[in-house]
Design a protein around this ligand. Structure first.
Ligand code: MN
Length: 231
């Protein structure tokens, strides 16, 4: 049997300091995982369980390639996030064994069409067009981490045109990596190759064509890219 259309290429992310690639299966994302960002969005950080959504695997952008301003928004926001790369998975993973599923970490940007997301929230409609558009997930190389290595209170930072906009400690996350993996696995059978964007701290703001974004997590990695003209 042969395919009637060419299979899409495998989405992959470079592994830091190696010539290996990490093949991406799915991209999951956590909404509202830092208390200050939840407050800036008008919520109470302790009131609700984690919010999950997803992006298509081919939304990733690697090698600091520029991102085209998406076609259907007038308010594109940056959200810098710790990204967890899984080497294993399962359903209903207990918190105590969740870290054994982690291959490594990266820094990523959950690019968000805030105007489309706000309208979706108001009308009770899905977030897909606000979150899962093309090139919506720029990501650094993945750094493998030894089992159970704790990132502690490493700083996560994003600068827009060399001005710091987002800066927080990973320890400020409301739900830890193991809690996220465990909770997410109650909805999906997690697999090797799954990426999880773990939510953003406060300081999200609008970007425009010509802007330059740099982001890093101390001890994990960094990325930088330009926002380019709309296609
Ligand atoms: Mn986000």
């Amino acid at each position: 049997m042969s395919y009637v259309v060419s299979p899409a290429p495998v989405s992959s992310v470079p592994v830091k300091d190696s010539d290996h690639l990490y093949a991406v299966n799915r991209i999951y994302c956590v909404g509202q995982n830092y208390g200050d960002h939840v407050r800036e969005m008008g919520g109470d950080p302790k009131k609700n369980p984690p919010v999950f959504f997803s992006k298509p695997a081919n939304a990733i952008v690697i090698n600091n390639k520029g991102v085209n301003y998406p076609p259907a928004t007038r308010e594109l926001h940056h959200e810098v996030e710790l990204v967890v790369a899984l080497s294993g998975g399962g359903l209903r993973i207990p918190e105590q064994s969740a870290m054994s599923c982690v291959y490594g970490y990266a820094v990523g940007i959950d690019l968000t069409c805030r105007d489309l997301q706000q309208s979706a929230k108001e009308t009770g409609r899905p977030w897909d067009t606000a979150k899962g558009f093309d090139q919506s997930a720029p990501i650094s190389p993945i750094k493998p981490f030894p089992l159970n290595k704790d990132l502690g209170d490493a700083m996560i930072t994003l600068s827009l045109n060399n001005e710091v906009r987002q800066e927080a400690k990973l320890s400020d996350m409301i739900w830890s990596v193991s809690e996220i993996i465990s909770a997410l696995s109650n909805f999906y059978e997690l697999k090797a190759g799954d990426l999880i964007f773990t939510g953003t701290p406060s300081g999200v703001s609008s970007v425009a064509p010509g802007d330059h974004i740099t982001a890093n997590i101390v001890g994990v990695g960094e990325l930088e890219f330009d926002i380019c003209d709309a296609l």
